[in-house]
Design a protein around this ligand. Sequence first.
Ligand code: FAD
Ligand code: NAP
Length: 417
Amino acid sequence: MAKKVAVIGAGVSGLSSIKCCVDEDLEPTCFERSDDIGGLWKFTESSKDGMTRVYKSLVTNVCKEMSCYSDFPFHEDYPNFMNHEKFWDYLQEFAEHFDLLKYIQFKTTVCSITKRPDFSETGQWDVVTETEGKQNRAVFDAVMVCTGHFLNPHLPLEAFPGIHKFKGQILHSQEYKIPEGFQGKRVLVIGLGNTGGDIAVELSRTAAQVLLSTRTGTWVLGRSSDWGYPYNMMVTRRCCSFIAQVLPSRFLNWIQERKLNKRFNHEDYGLSITKGGVFKDTSKDKFDYIAYMDDIAACIGTKPSIPLLFLKDPRLAWEVFFGPCTPYQYRLMGPGKWDGARNAILTQWDRTLKPLKTRIVPDSSKPASMSHYLKAWGAPVLLASLLLICKSSLFLKLVRDKLQDRMSPYLVSLWRG
Ligand SMILES: Cc1cc2nc3c(=O)[nH]c(=O)nc-3n(C[C@H](O)[C@H](O)[C@H](O)COP(=O)(O)OP(=O)(O)OC[C@H]3O[C@@H](n4cnc5c(N)ncnc54)[C@H](O)[C@@H]3O)c2cc1C
Ligand SMILES: NC(=O)c1ccc[n+]([C@@H]2O[C@H](COP(=O)([O-])OP(=O)(O)OC[C@H]3O[C@@H](n4cnc5c(N)ncnc54)[C@H](OP(=O)(O)O)[C@@H]3O)[C@@H](O)[C@H]2O)c1
């Protein structure tokens, strides 16, 4: 009998969890406390229900090729960075395409999840839900908690001595939807994360004065990088990750800080309060992304084997190693392998450039060519290649070990020389 899985929440994570259950012949039931899918991407005019949701002007900060589901690319016409409505449309398309809606019970809140008395033998859970005031109890073999990171607002008023004497309005960004209502007011925005930055900019067009406070400073990155290409696609690359592992972090930091300060000097803007430290963490996070994803992928057997790929399909391997590490890479092999992954990887730049070309200008209709790529990435590629050659004994050993089982003993002895 199929195992029953309770999925809590029908946001980005809940939807993919339902789909994965179906893919694995499990029987999912998703409980969603609101009346629609999309979690925080479902905009509402008010925040009366206490849910964290996007504010009206929100635009995604991760481009479409990097933030899509791994087997469901965005349609080529979607902009690289989109407003929340478009992003929600995509989630709806995903849910409809894979027929996921039938597994969701809306307006149903999960109240408790407890181990059953015979849990040590069965591994089963008691799940209590509430739908329009009526409680229900059901038994599940597994529970997937997809309730989001930003469920509860963090309002650390105790960190601001004397705040209770303040007579004005104090609100958490969770309650912020639109700038109307702030006309003529003096506003202090605390915290320079993406939310703080966005809201401060937006309010500055309506309020009398806006002050933006930061305790540790920040490095400001644009959505677009050199040549106007999405920033994430330019930096989240296996070759960059490889270079970051072999080069001293001080040197890397120096290059990256220099590049970021070229746009505007962070020191002049009072943003480099903990200079060095902030950036060190940020760059580490950035480059660790691929290592983190690979670690998880290795556990389930979906980590792409670059040496093997170079032998079997050099064109694809080139794009996987030197191009952006898009989610499709984890659908190339192993469980959940998707036949469309290769094509999705080889056409990711076409989909990126498509929405930019709303009119055809002579000679501009070609997608990014290999030569263009080489121009953009020539230096890093060269450096990575040199480092690869230096490490070639390790590389060859890896390939040899991988192939040993598949090759005849004669070929193996030839290989070893
Ligand atoms: C303002 C903002 C902007 C963001 N922008 C980006 C971006 O541009 N790019 C990006 O990649 N990420 C962005 N993020 C990160 C965001 O967290 C993810 O994109 C994504 O929405 C997380 O999805 P989720 O399914 O984990 O959580 P959520 O979207 O929060 O969904 C959780 C769901 O669980 C339901 N739920 C919770 N508790 C219960 C319960 N007890 N019973 C039943 N249902 C329950 C909720 O109703 C909700 O539908 C942003 C986050 C915020 C706050
Ligand atoms: N698509 C978009 O453009 C967009 C827009 C908004 C949010 N998001 C996403 O939503 C998520 C949450 O972003 P967020 O900006 O809301 O949260 P965040 O990144 O956690 O930033 C919160 C900010 O509050 C500050 N802070 C926390 N406690 C404080 C205290 N006690 N005193 C002073 N300052 C304090 C932090 O300062 P320190 O840095 O000093 O700790 C930080 O700058 C992120 O994943 C983000 O990418 C995306």
